[in-house]
Ligand binder design. Structure first.
Ligand SMILES: [Zn+2]
Length: 251
């Protein structure tokens, strides 16, 4: 790439003045760097990207890794002010180029890069993140309980009820919410004993989960009255016989 050299007032450089410039640059390395930085940023973005890609393509993986580490260390040395400025620039950039405005090609490239990162670091990242979060929670449990409560209360009532029901299924009966839905379908949306269909929109006859008292062993879905009767028989098997005898005595 031939570089058109000129002085700051626009004169073309002759060979000897170019030599002088080189000498000056060597005497003032920071000026030299500033000059190259200025030149570099005067190039079109596409060209800069192509050159950067060419450069990384010729590096070995070790060289690339070393470069990444050096770059990270450099960033860490820059302090809070740099981080703030950088974050501000990044925010401005993403506001000006939202994801939805990107081309399909760019989106696909970003997705692939994300996937590569996740494959390499995802598990390790989650592990570290969870650990940190647990430490934060242990240090101040009350704060997180309040946050969770605030979050819960902000949910629509229906969603809160749905979650409460799900939690009850899991903690009381040890079943997944899918079990309930599958069983309901299996029983044709009706009580397993009296075959009365469940009416779910009314206040009463909703499907109740029949389970062996004191255990998490679930059996099936029953209406309220059948569940009550089964409960009585479960508690005292002779109850059913006495009840039948009682009915017969008045037949
Ligand atoms: Zn029933």
């Amino acid at each position: 790439m031939p570089v058109e050299l000129s002085t700051s007032n626009g004169e073309r450089l002759t060979a000897s003045s170019a030599e002088r410039l080189t000498r000056n640059e060597q005497a003032h390395p920071e000026r030299r760097r500033a000059y190259w930085r200025k030149y570099w940023h005067s190039l079109p973005l596409e060209q800069r990207r192509r050159r950067a890609r060419q450069k990384t393509a010729t590096q070995t993986p070790e060289q690339r890794e070393a470069k990444r580490v050096a770059s990270r260390k450099w960033r860490q040395r820059q302090g809070a002010e740099y981080r703030q400025r950088h974050a501000q620039q990044a925010r401005a950039y993403y506001r000006a180029h939202p994801y939805s405005s990107l081309s399909e090609e760019t989106k696909a490239r970003l997705r692939a890069a994300n996937r590569r990162w996740k494959d390499r670091h995802g598990a390790e990242y989650r592990e570290r993140h969870n650990q940190k979060q647990q430490e934060r929670y242990r240090a101040n449990p009350e704060k997180y309980r309040q946050l969770a409560k605030k979050y819960r209360l902000a949910l629509p009532l229906e969603e809160r009820q749905r979650r409460a029901r799900q939690n009850k299924l899991i903690t009381k009966y040890g079943i997944r919410p899918e079990w309930y839905e599958e069983k309901l379908k299996e029983q044709g949306n009706a009580c397993a004993i009296c075959r009365e269909p469940f009416i779910s929109n009314g206040q009463r006859r909703v499907a109740e989960i029949d389970h062996k008292k004191g255990t998490k062993k679930v059996r099936g879905l029953l209406c309220h009255s059948c569940n009550w009767a089964i409960y009585k028989i479960d508690q005292d098997p002779a109850w059913a016989q006495r009840a039948m005898a009682y009915l017969r005595a008045f037949a």
